[in-house]
Ligand binder design. Structure first.
Ligand SMILES: [Zn+2]
Length: 295
């Protein structure tokens, strides 16, 4: 929603059909922002993938937006993508682009990282584990349109809210929310199993250690197993807008899907409500932490 001068206020409800939902605080605002970049399931009509949609749906962070839906009632903000990450991934940088994907040249420099080389960069080339997502290459104009219509509005909304809260409170705590398969290749191979929650601060660079320890200990207090930066350290959304010395803290949260859903049928488990109640307690606790930190 744009004001007459074009500036968007974080307090504006900012739903954009097919792109994102923005839920501003529904109680006195606290500088805590949750975002769910991968729970979107509105597949755009020009998404010409050749793999069955149920294969693509395994890549969604299904239900994560619902698990955090109570955030505004505690005074926090919540942003959730509506498009699927397999169409364009908001948790990748714009230069994390695989040149192999494109039919023509890209006008800007690219720096494909490890994920892009594996087919899971900004725009995916492969559907996990290794199925070609498209029949051929994509036109650069198609990728540009996905950036302009989906990636940019998502980042604009998140950055607007973080800046607004930081402007008002001189600090902001951002929790970037995801889910993870219960068995990753690493945990399968070494037999360790997957933790209930994995927190990522890119090896101590995106948040104060105090906040990371606070969230870790809160979750452990609820009875969950928690690992930090193992195996998920956090990617672009916690990197892009964090600056701990300036009071901008970002933390990635990965929730084990086995806690709440059947990973084959996609159905919720009866335990969903218990997890949602504990996520609600986590949100309340984090909002108290932020309130006490800015007085
Ligand atoms: Zn995710």
């Amino acid at each position: 929603m744009l004001r007459a001068n074009g500036a968007r206020r974080a307090s504006d409800a900012g739903d954009r059909p097919g792109v994102l939902q923005f839920h501003p605080p529904a109680a006195p605002a606290v500088p805590v922002v949750f975002d769910s970049p991968h729970s979107g399931a509105e597949y755009p009509s020009d998404f010409n993938h050749i793999v069955p949609v149920d294969k693509l749906r395994k890549a969604e962070d299904m239900y994560v937006d619902e698990l955090f839906a109570s955030a505004p009632r505690h005074g926090a903000s919540l942003i959730a993508a509506l498009f699927p990450r397999s169409y364009i991934d908001p948790n990748r940088s714009l230069d994390d682009l695989d040149p192999e994907l494109l039919a023509d040249s890209w006008p800007e420099p690219v720096r494909p990282g490890e994920k892009a080389r594996l087919g899971h960069g900004l725009v995916w080339r492969l559907c996990p584990p290794d199925m070609n997502l498209y029949a051929g290459k994509l036109a650069a104009d198609d990728v540009r349109r996905r950036i302009d219509q989906y990636w940019m509005p998502y980042h604009d909304q998140l950055q607007t809210v973080l800046n607004d809260m930081h402007g008002r409170f001189e600090a902001v705590w951002h929790m970037n929310c995801h889910s993870m398969p219960s068995l990753t290749r690493g945990s399968f191979l070494n037999g360790s199993g997957q933790a209930d929650f994995v927190l990522g601060d890119r090896d101590g660079t995106t948040s104060s250690p105090d906040f990371v320890h606070f969230v870790r200990d809160t979750l452990r207090g609820f009875g969950y197993s928690v690992r930090v930066n193992d195996p998920y350290k956090g990617v672009e959304l916690v990197r892009a807008y964090s600056n701990p010395p300036d009071g901008r803290h970002s933390l990635q949260v990965e929730i084990n899907r086995a806690l709440y859903m059947n990973e084959s049928s996609f159905e919720r488990l009866p335990q969903f409500d218990d997890l949602q109640a504990n996520v609600d307690r986590l949100i309340a606790t984090v909002c108290d932490y932020a309130r006490q930190s800015v007085v």
